[in-house]
Design a protein around this ligand. Structure first.
Ligand code: NAX
Length: 326
């Protein structure tokens, strides 16, 4: 048996965790042995013990060990992949500054703990919101880990965009390639069909309906999270877990030939996105590394939307800088 991949999951007793852990243990990252290392806050450890009992009861052949705890440095010891899901949700009456500082406390501490304890090859994916800025905080607090090892999740938005486009055109999701989410994982995100393809043809041309793209598709994808809360009475969990697995699998194992994925990664200034922001781009991945797809033509329509979302990210960066978190 090869050496198990050590995967840390934070917020493991939460809604997303309840779906994510079972996907990871049953082979979402490939047919390979895996060790789970699960971090929770102290009051949630008992619930987490129950989840671990259920993991045991699945008798997953590839799950070699499960460790749980509330000490980040212990849980992150030697991890090759860290999926940072646990975060502080916005409570009633909470201002954005309060939200950023509550999460700042979590992600500064976890950045430091990863810096101290993770394996040299660690990859870190942030799902907990505000995901892009949480990733920026963790990255800045982990000076010994290369910046390109941090990413924030926009794969759920990417998958939502593919699904909406498939429903509109009657195409199979398998025929839709080169979807891109630009910017922030928030309502300002820009799902871009102008570079996407359906069965090898330009997706915007296949749709042939600019009004639908502008007034229907983009807001439906950007506000899908709120629509799920309205319908389900709880935020998306299984789909978020599935996207977290998709993103990690493609990062570690490589994106498909002739396609790309959306990941929020540190901007090198490509496409006019201010350097250093964790912003979503079209990327290809190979051997655990990513590269921003270059050379796409950005028209005025796309430019305005990319700029609006990255302006929001720049504001968040200013806010967390002023709070002394980065
Ligand atoms: P839950 O509230 O069900 O679970 C969060 C868990 O994190 C709780 O069990 C809590 O005890 C734990 N936690 C809090 N602080 C922690 C800390 N310092 N260390 C370890 N664990 C900690 O939320 P859930 O529905 O699972 O969502 C988790 C996060 O994902 C939220 O921030 C949510 O907003 C975010 N989402 C991100 C998405 C994305 O596409 N990027 C989509 C889905 C989801 O909204």
């Amino acid at each position: 048996m090869s050496t198990p991949l050590k995967v840390a999951v934070t917020g493991a007793a939460g809604q997303i965790g309840y779906s994510l852990l079972f996907r990871l243990a049953s082979g979402a990252l490939g047919d390979r042995p895996i060790e789970l290392r699960l971090l929770e806050i102290t009051p949630a450890l008992k619930a987490l013990e129950g989840v671990v009992m259920e993991l045991d009861d699945c008798a997953f052949p590839n799950l070699t060990a499960v460790e749980i705890g509330d000490d980040a440095e212990k849980i992150f010891d030697g991890v090759n992949l860290a999926l940072l899901v646990g975060a502080r949700p916005r409570g009633p009456g909470m201002e954005r500054g309060d939200l950023l500082s509550a999460n700042g406390a979590i992600f500064t501490a976890q950045g430091k703990a990863l810096n101290a304890a993770a394996a040299d090859d660690v990859r870190i994916g942030v799902t907990g919101n505000p995901a892009n800025t949480n990733a920026l905080i963790a990255m800045t607090n982990a000076p010994d880990i290369p910046d390109e090892r941090f990413s924030a999740l926009t794969r759920l938005d990417h998958n939502r965009a593919i699904s909406q486009l498939a429903a509109k055109t009657g195409a199979s999701v398998n025929d839709i390639k080169k979807m891109t989410i630009w910017g922030n994982h928030s309502a300002t995100q820009y799902p871009d069909v102008f570079h996407a393809e359906i069965g090898g043809k330009n997706a915007a041309e296949v749709v042939g309906d600019q009004a639908w793209i502008e007034n229907d598709f983009i807001p439906t994808v950007a506000k899908r999270g709120a629509a799920i809360i309205d319908a389900r009475g709880a935020s998306s969990a299984a789909s978020a877990a599935s996207a977290t697995c998709d993103a990690a699998r493609d990062w570690l194992n490589g994106s498909a030939e002739g396609d790309w994925v959306s990941m929020a990664v540190r901007s090198d200034g490509s496409y006019g996105v201010p350097e250093g922001l964790i912003s979503s781009f079209p990327v290809t991945t190979k051997d655990g590394n990513w590269e921003i797809v270059q050379g796409l033509e950005i028209d005025e329509f796309s430019r305005a939307r990319i700029d609006a979302s990255t302006a929001e990210l720049a504001e968040e960066r200013t806010a967390v800088t002023e709070l002394g978190l980065i």
